[in-house]
Ligand binder design. Sequence first.
Ligand code: HEM
Ligand SMILES: *[C@@H]1O[C@H](CO)[C@@H](O)[C@H](O)[C@H]1NC(C)=O
Ligand SMILES: *[C@@H]1O[C@H](CO)[C@@H](O)[C@H](O)[C@H]1NC(C)=O
Ligand SMILES: *[C@@H]1O[C@H](CO)[C@@H](O)[C@H](O)[C@H]1NC(C)=O
Length: 493
Amino acid sequence: MRRSTNWWFFREHMQLSLISGALQCDCAVCCRRKDEPPLIKGWIPFLGKGLEFGKDAYKFLDKHKRKHGDIFTVQMAGKYMTFVLDPLLYPYIIKHGRQLDFHEFSNKVAPITFGYPPVHSKLHPGLKEQIQRSFKLLQGESLTLLTESMMGNLMLVFRQDHLGHSDWMSGSMYQFCLSVMFEATLLTMFGCVSSARRHGGVRALRDDFVKFDDKFPLLIAQVPICLLRGTRAIRKKLINYFLPDRILKEVSESFTQINNTLSPLSAHHFAMLWASVGNTVPATFWAMYYLLSHPEALQAVRQEIQEVLSLSGVEFSNDTDVKLHREQLDKPTTSSESTINESFRLSSASMNIRVAQEDFSLQLGESRSVAVRKGDIIAMYPQIMHLDPEIYEEPKKFRFDRYVHNGAEKTDFYKDDQKLKYYLMPFGSGSSMCPGRYFAMNEIKQFLSLLLLYFDLQLEDGQSRAELDPSRAGLGILLPSADVRFRYRLRVV
Ligand code: HEM
Ligand SMILES: *[C@@H]1O[C@H](CO)[C@@H](O)[C@H](O)[C@H]1NC(C)=O
Ligand SMILES: *[C@@H]1O[C@H](CO)[C@@H](O)[C@H](O)[C@H]1NC(C)=O
Ligand SMILES: *[C@@H]1O[C@H](CO)[C@@H](O)[C@H](O)[C@H]1NC(C)=O
């Protein structure tokens, strides 16, 4: 949906050089050491399979899984990536600390993407520790503050933009989620430009953010920023929003903490902004979309929210602000959490990466092992598991109650008759798990609560189903390939 001409040009151009799949030597057995998985090589040695993978990673991996089994190595953009696709083997990788490192990869890629110095840079001693500490502010005690603040800001944005009319209004769903979540998150995490100018200021920042975000997959793929016309300037502009004397006039409490903990480098604030909305916005979109296209789910979730509120003795009306506290949001045994997890399952396409620190034999259970060379990447790709019909019956179908059973959270999912330790992984795994995951879950619940309490909602007629745009595969929640129109009207309460 948000493709730029640059990217098309780049991709089409490169594809021309690849010419045709027929010329590819698909399974090179030569030069493989004992116990090394089958190797899938590209025609052009350096680019390897990178472009085909970039086009539709799920399709690519699924195809090779059928041909080579659950473990194979792909030569991609000059790297060897060994995919392990059987979720029963995930625990062996996730708990394998010493020889498989995550941070080597992120420490290299994140600074290049967001424009900050390498985390081990001598110029900024202690940077790495500061970043780690800033992640802690998204959890534990601080999460209570963050969650309360988000509630207030979501309410504020709903009032300011959406609660004024009693007629049916019509909107584009992705744009709706983007504008609400972006502004509320910005206010919560960073505070913002002074109120009078807030609206225009937020919109300008958001538009620049979207432009940068369009190029994000390329930057992560380490395409040099100088090849992406205009991107460096936009990134500079974005980073400058976070210069201490600019945007942060009216500073939220959470931000002061982040500012004090994290290095004052504005680029870090910008990276944090990306992390905090880059996945949340599409995740919010899919949850909303699936609810609107499944009225029985919408009804169940709305009823549940109303019960939570009435239990707390709040009489809901259109004049009072809704407040849902952390304890009310924390319960996993609910239809709303199951709904959100089900929409994660259907839309998440993150890749979990580890880098081999030495040549060694990776033990995968009692009878299996694969030889790994230093510098190789080991990758898990949970989307394959999320859409596995053996684990999830009718995997392409949205079932809002997939993760609840008899009023309790459902945690037993099986493959080959064995219970899976990992069956849903939208937030990564082990040492690299998303530090914002609790906050993300809370804010999406808060958003859905306000939406369902205040509005009657309908999809507009005559639209085709929303499809996933695969171009961001590997990076988190996929975007829809086209926006969806919907109607909403204040509920009479
Ligand atoms: C639905 C929403 C979200 C999803 C699906 C998501 C997913 C992810 C994933 C997959 C990773 C990489 C983990 C890995 O490589 O194993 C990650 C990292 C990260 N996320 Fe999230 N995230 C979400 C929301 C948030 C929010 C709201 C924040 C902050 C407020 C946040 C902050 C971060 C940070 C700082 C990292 C980097 C961690 C590191 O480098 O160790 N995320 N997220
Ligand atoms: C953030 O940190 C910078 C550098 O230490 C400081 O100049 C600035 O006043 C701080 N901003 C806030 C709002 O605390
Ligand atoms: C709440 O609803 C009542 C009755 O429909 C209406 O008169 C009032 O203006 C509404 N208040 C707000 C803030 O929309
Ligand atoms: C939803 O998923 C999260 C992690 O992804 C998990 O912690 C939580 O228990 C799940 N809740 C339900 C109801 O499945």
